[in-house]
Ligand binder design. Sequence first.
Ligand SMILES: Cc1cc2nc3c(=O)[nH]c(=O)nc-3n(C[C@H](O)[C@H](O)[C@H](O)COP(=O)(O)O)c2cc1C
Length: 192
Amino acid sequence: MSTISVIYFSGTGHTQKEAEAVHQGAAAVVGTTTHLIGINGDDIVKGRYKNDTVLATLDASDAVIFGSPTYMGGPAAQFKAFADATGERWYRSAWRDKLAAGFTVSNGPSGDKLSTLQYFFTLAMQHGMIWVGMPETPMNAQGINRLSSYSGVMAQAGNESPDVAPNAADKLTGELLGRRVAEAAQRWQIKA
Ligand SMILES: Cc1cc2nc3c(=O)[nH]c(=O)nc-3n(C[C@H](O)[C@H](O)[C@H](O)COP(=O)(O)O)c2cc1C
């Protein structure tokens, strides 16, 4: 039995759709308990995020999957406020050896999404977590991992509404990441 949490911020709904797909993939793995947690801007007061219930849920998770739109070439400020609030966990090495992964959504095919994934990676490394990437080989321009990102999942919003973007291929890519993390968490537990 393992527990996977997907924690994300979404301003206008695109990243939420991708988060739901990632969560669906994790939940499909037998023996997995999942949490889908949106970062609520109301929990940020004077620039500082505070939600002890959310942080306790992540403490009790075997894997944490980070998600944010790419804003100005990096994670949204709301996600960064959440990340800064994990500093006390960093001090105690509380998240050491949990699995970690990430996904991001932005307008452009690139849009500098890699910077956001690299921030998630650095956050995970500061916590001593184990990074899980996206190994799917892009076979065509409209298929799984069509944006060719191996560090984590990239999805595209374009100028579409969240009802149609991210598209089915990007959501399937997210689903596969969620499944991969959940399967890895079960293998990691056996060995731990
Ligand atoms: C403040 C701001 C900065 C943005 N910066 C970028 C960017 O650097 N690259 C990009 O491709 N899109 C950028 N966008 C577009 C968003 O990434 C895109 O609208 C995304 O779908 C937002 O996700 P959300 O609907 O989950 O909030 C930006 C949007 C905003 C509001």
